[in-house]
Write a protein that binds this ligand. Structure first.
Ligand code: PMP
Length: 508
């Protein structure tokens, strides 16, 4: 019996459970005579109190749909009347077979297309600030093709054959050497190649979390993490992000009162705010995690996209307690379509992740891993990164300049030293979703801030990525947005509000 609860809904959880069971009985997915799961087991599975399930079953009992038999469980005893037009249930088992109704076997689909604006991406006249992605025009196709050719010529037969489930070993060695240069000492059994950070996060979720467990996430945070950790079976603890990164006082308070199983952070050029956690905060975060015995999952995907300022040690490099699990990938510095990433963690955890990964897809794409290793070993990744960094720095500066010129209206924004995006806070009365609706009509796209929140979304925030638009496009797009914001402010102005613009200030 698959039920899915919507914790944002106004409908109480017990009513959602009762309504969905009713629906399943009506559609024939649960039949008269079937036994319902014991209330304790269902409560655990759904991550709710047992009393919630007891109340839901009481409702169904009152409807006459189920009955409890002492010592043997709760059974379906009748089907609810079908609403007019619902012919899904063939009450008589000898009736003609009907097509299988997949909707009764599957939970409600919750899927968001991450490249929803790909239509717009193909149009030359649009300005896309939507995605934190590398600029495709900078991809060094010839150099990468030569890497692919080299590895195919050298070891094509083994790369195209099913291989060791831990992935392409020379790439692991290369990554361990690079990590050592950045102060992270790890051995061969402490790294696993994954299909990007996203797969690593999902493997960690499955390995470290049980239904009902709590997870600390930054609020706002990367939507791919929200999609994993804000599922109904877990409880998330959203901790705000300040100018120095995760709010550690709020975190400490949460750790004192709750028992989370992991803390997910993006300490360098955080997505979406661009904020970098300073050294003292990094140290304090590790001490807190060690004190409360909660692993930190450190996502360093933007780490090497730095256009100014000094690089800071990763949490993993500072970790003396073995509490940090380190994730990274080639998606931002290289090519996200290749799906090559890695996780560095204590050996026992890597063994678990490895076993789980093997059950899912045996191993990653060896050709992609080998080509990436060759590309990096020949210094081409470093060259590509330097070229991209020059362009991205120019684009970022063009965005700062345009924001200063066209947003003299009480908006504030972050000015990160790297990464791919800027986070904006508009005057309170401007709603970024309303802004996007109007901006799209003028060919300008971005991601509204609420997309990144686990709860308590601030409607006046938005993320502008600067990597995929040229400086000229950035100027045009920001100008359009600035004008629209002014229009929206005028339209939404309260009757006697003061119109004076607040000074621009550092924000998160
Ligand atoms: N983590 C963060 C913070 C990200 O912003 C992204 C992509 N936007 C990912 C992980 C996903 O990375 P990958 O392509 O390596 O799965």
């Amino acid at each position: 019996m698959i039920l899915e609860l919507d914790r944002q809904s106004h409908m109480p959880l017990y009513e959602q459970i009762a309504a969905q069971v009713r629906q399943l009985i009506r559609r024939g997915a649960i039949k008269v005579g079937d036994r319902l799961p014991p209330n304790r087991a269902l409560a655990e599975r759904l991550g709710v109190n047992r009393s919630t399930v007891v109340t839901a079953y009481d409702e169904l009992l009152a409807d006459g749909l189920i009955a409890s038999r002492v010592g043997s469980g709760t059974y379906v005893v009748a089907a609810p009347a079908s609403p007019p037009g619902d012919n899904a249930v063939a009450a008589d088992s000898s009736a003609a077979l009907t097509p299988l109704h997949w909707e009764t076997a599957l939970p409600e689909l919750r899927h968001e297309e991450w490249l929803a604006n790909s239509e717009a991406a193909r149009r030359k006249d649009c300005v896309l600030f939507t995605h934190a992605l590398p600029a495709t025009e900078l991809f060094p196709l010839d150099e990468f093709r030569r890497s692919v050719e080299r590895v195919l010529r050298r070891e094509g037969r083994s790369l195209l054959q099913l291989g060791a489930s831990s992935g392409y070993e020379p790439l692991q060695q290369y990554l361990l050497q690079q990590m050592a240069l950045a102060g992270v000492r790890a051995e061969a059994g402490e790294i696993l190649l994954t299909s990007g950070c996203q797969q690593a996060l999902d493997l960690l979720r499955q390995t470290l979390l049980q239904p009902g467990d709590e997870v600390v996430i930054e609020n706002p945070t990367y939507p791919g993490a929200l999609s994993l950790f804000c599922q109904p079976q877990y409880k998330f603890i959203g901790v705000p992000v300040g100018t120095r990164g995760l709010d550690l006082d709020a975190l400490e308070d949460a750790l004192r009162r709750r028992r989370p199983k992991l803390i997910y952070v993006v300490p360098t050029f955080h997505n979406p705010t661009g904020v970098t956690m300073d050294l003292a905060s990094r140290r304090r975060l590790i001490e807190l995690a060690a004190q409360y015995r909660v692993p930190i999952v450190e996502d360093e995907i933007y780490r090497d996209l730095r256009y100014g300022g000094a690089s800071l040690p990763s949490l993993k490099a500072l970790d003396r307690y073995g509490v940090v699990i380190y994730l990274n990938s080639f998606s931002k510095v290289g090519f996200p379509g290749l799906r090559v990433g890695w996780v560095v963690a204590p050996r026992l955890l890597i063994e678990h992740l490895h076993a789980l990964r093997q059950r899912s897809d045996l191993h990653g794409n060896l050709l992609a891993q080998a080509a990436m290793a060759d590309f990096a070993r020949h210094g081409l990744l470093q060259k590509h990164l330097q070229r991209c960094s020059r362009h991205y720095a120019q684009r970022r500066d063009a965005m700062f300049a345009a924001l200063r010129q066209y947003f003299q209206i009480g908006a504030s924004w972050t000015e990160p030293e790297g990464g791919m995006a800027v986070w904006l806070r508009l005057p309170e009365r401007v709603n970024s979703i309303e802004l996007l609706t109007q901006a799209q009509q003028q060919g300008v796209y971005f991601t509204p801030g609420p997309r990144f929140y686990a709860g308590g979304a601030q409607a006046n925030t938005l993320r502008l990525s600067f990597t995929t638009a040229t400086p000229a496009q950035i100027e045009t797009g920001v100008k359009t947005l600035g004008k629209l914001v002014e229009k929206l402010m005028a339209a939404n102005a309260p009757a006697r509000a003061s119109q004076s613009a607040a000074p621009r200030k550092a924000l998160v």
